[in-house]
Each structure stands twice: as C-alpha cells, then as structure tokens.
Design a binder for this molecule. Structure first.
Ligand code: WQD
Length: 343
C-alpha cells in the first residue's frame, strides 16, 4: 500500500516514515522544506535501507499535487505539513492561516477528486482550552489560545464537515502532546531553526554548551515545584501511533480524534533532573517571567487511543532525554552539516 506523507521531512514526519517503511508501506513525501531539511530523508533511507519518493513543493500548488495523485495510486494520506510555532503564529497570524488552512483544503480537494478518503491528521493538545486540573480527554472542552492552535482546531472542524458531507471518509485526528527525543541511531531528530522555542531542544543545547543557560519561564504555577507540567512523549512512540491510526482508518470509516501522550506529566525541574542524570551533564538555569500563553499543567487521558487504536506509549522520560542527547551530540548543528559527528 502507498502512503503519502505531507511534511515527511520534518521531526515527526521523518520518524513516521521510518515506521511506515519498516512496516512494508511504500512512502511518498511532499515537503516544501520551509522548516525541515532534505538530509532527514537521506538518513531515513539509510536507516531503513528503503527508498522514499520525495517531492519538494508546497501543498497549496494544486496542479503539482494533482500530478502526484495522477501518477501514484495513493491509498492513505498522513498530513503533517504545517507551520507549528506558537510564538511565531502570534506575530504572523495570516501566514499561519494561509499556510495551514490553504494547504489542508487543497489537499482534501485533490484527495476527494481522486477518491482517496483515508486521512491521518496531525493535530495538537494546544486545541484544548485551559483545564485547571491538567488532564484532558478527547471530550474535554476545546478552545485554542493562539493562531497556531486555532488553525489546528479549524482544520479539525473542516475535516468534521467533510465527513458529515461524505461518510465514505475515514479520518483519524491525532492530538500530539509534547513530542521529544529522537531515533536511537542519533541520525534523525529535532532540528529547530535558530534558538529553540521548545524545552528539550533548548536543554540539549545548554547541556552541550551551545547555549549558556536555560531560562525557566516561571516557577509560580500551581504545580508541585511551581514550574510548568507537560506530557512528554517519545517521538518514536508517537510515530508508532500513526501506524495504529492507519490500521484503524483502513478498517473503518468515521472521523475520530485521539490523544497521543503518555498519560503522565513532568515539570520543567523534573525534566532537568532526568536530563542531568542520563547525560551526566549540568543544565544551568535561571527563573524568569512566565511566557505569555503558557498554562500550568497539561497531560493526556490516553484511554481512547489505548482502547480503539491498541496503542500505548512505551518509552520513559529517561530514554526520551537520552535519545535527545545522542542526537544533539552527534549533530551539534542539526542537519546543517551533512556529516554526523562520531562521539
Ligand atoms: C514546555 C514547558 C514552558 C522553553 C508547544 C506547543 C505545542 C507543541 C509543543 C506543536 C512549558 C517551559 C520551555 C524554555 C521553559 N508544538 N519552557 N523554558 O509550550 O507545552 O507546547 O510545543 O505542536 O503545540 O504549544 O512546549 O517545550 O515550549 O514548553 O521554561 O526555554 O517548558 O514554560 O512549561 P509547550 P514547550
């Protein structure tokens, strides 16, 4: 079977392509490389010893997208392509609405034209409105607090309306919590542009000496140690969740959302502690003001994914930190330099 992965050169995409190829799927990737590097595709092929058909263009290019569906008998689409930085979305909301919504609408139009109606959509826990208790299930109230989250929520609604209009569709929306870590080979991983927005890539660069110290955005939250609590999930566990979702859409029609998290929350301080223990490196930090838009606690109720997808995260926080560290030490400049540093 042929799976089209949009955004397949990215952090989640590259790890998902490995699981798909290892499971015997033929993989086609479309990626405009606006926030990823072709080197990740090269390394996925090296790890799996299998080929990927790669196309470098933007999803909003209807004609080029149509050509892909004309030339390949695509069975399932995994839609990961999209801008995903919260802070950036606040500064450039129109870019986010245009890119994330246009790309998805064009994709669904062409899928429908070619009668391809099995779709896995990459959503995010950011679609949930702030729950003071922290734990969220798929039935928890929705309400994004930034343009990035609103694009994810709008796309979920669009997909819902598509299904209502045509019950032939099989749609699984995967709400990611906080993906971290890297493939155990250390050949692929998270490669943020410039200074990392997210916690673990930032910690990795502090531990490696690339950055001086971690700024902890507030320690006055209503949590055990006052720092923010999140549900960190190993990116390989997340990638495997896509395989389980694909099995679901192969077997049944419908439109369902699933939380992909571990069901446990860790604070910033707990993550620093885990990182220092597994790497033997110190992570100097300084407490600063809260980051606008941050919430105290967010972690997943994962019962629905366990029950309906037969999926459960298996890797613990230490393995997440260790794999993130190996990626950092082997690739101090991410994919920017093509050679891997031997450690
Ligand atoms: C985690 C915790 C921060 C950086 C975001 C998006 C979400 C998803 C993952 C795309 C928080 C604290 C962080 C730092 C810090 N992205 N922190 N210093 O904000 O939970 O989620 O990224 O899908 O949609 O919202 O992740 O890693 O930025 O923050 O203290 O330099 O670490 O306050 O408590 P977040 P994060």
């Amino acid at each position: 079977m042929i799976v089209l992965v949009t955004g397949g050169a990215g952090f989640i995409g590259s790890h998902t392509c490995i699981e798909l190829l290892n499971d015997g799927y033929e993989v086609i990737v479309i990626d405009n490389l606006s926030n990823s590097n072709i080197e990740s595709i090269v390394r996925v092929e090296e790890i799996t010893r299998k080929k990927i058909k790669f196309y470098n263009f933007d999803l909003s290019d209807h004609n080029r997208l149509e050509k892909i569906f004309l030339e390949h008998k695509i069975d399932i689409v995994v839609h990961l392509a999209g801008f995903k930085a919260v802070g950036e979305s606040v500064l450039n909301p129109l870019n986010y609405y245009k890119n994330n919504l246009n790309g998805t609408i064009t994709l669904c139009e062409v899928m429908s034209e070619y009668n391809v109606k099995k779709l896995i959509f990459s959503s995010s826990a950011t679609v949930y409105s702030q729950s003071k208790f922290g734990k969220v299930s798929e039935c928890s109230p929705l309400g994004a607090t930034n343009p990035y989250g609103r694009t994810k929520l709008m796309i979920e609604k669009i997909l819902g309306d598509i299904y209502i209009s045509d019950h032939d569709w099989s749609i699984a929306t995967l709400r990611y919590f906080n993906p971290i870590g890297a493939h155990s080979s250390g050949l692929i991983g998270e490669d943020p542009n410039g200074i990392p927005n997210n916690l673990v890539p930032y910690i990795s660069q502090v531990a490696s000496g690339k950055l001086e110290e971690l700024k902890i955005f507030g320690n006055d939250y209503d949590t055990l140690d006052g720092t923010g609590v999140r549900d960190y999930i190993h990116v390989v566990d997340l990638a495997k969740g896509h395989l389980c979702a694909i099995n679901r859409v192969k077997e049944s029609k419908g439109n369902e959302a699933y939380n992909l998290g571990t069901g446990s929350g860790y604070s910033v301080m707990e993550l620093i502690d885990a990182f220092e223990k597994v790497t033997g490196k110190k992570v100097p930090f300084r407490i600063v003001e809260r980051r606008p838009g941050d919430i105290a606690i967010c972690y997943a109720d994962v019962l629905k994914a366990n029950r309906e997808l037969g999926w459960k995260a298996e890797k613990g926080i230490k393995e997440m930190c260790y794999d993130a560290w190996i990626w950092q030490t082997k690739n101090p400049n991410g994919y920017k330099t093509s050679e891997v540093t031997t450690v």
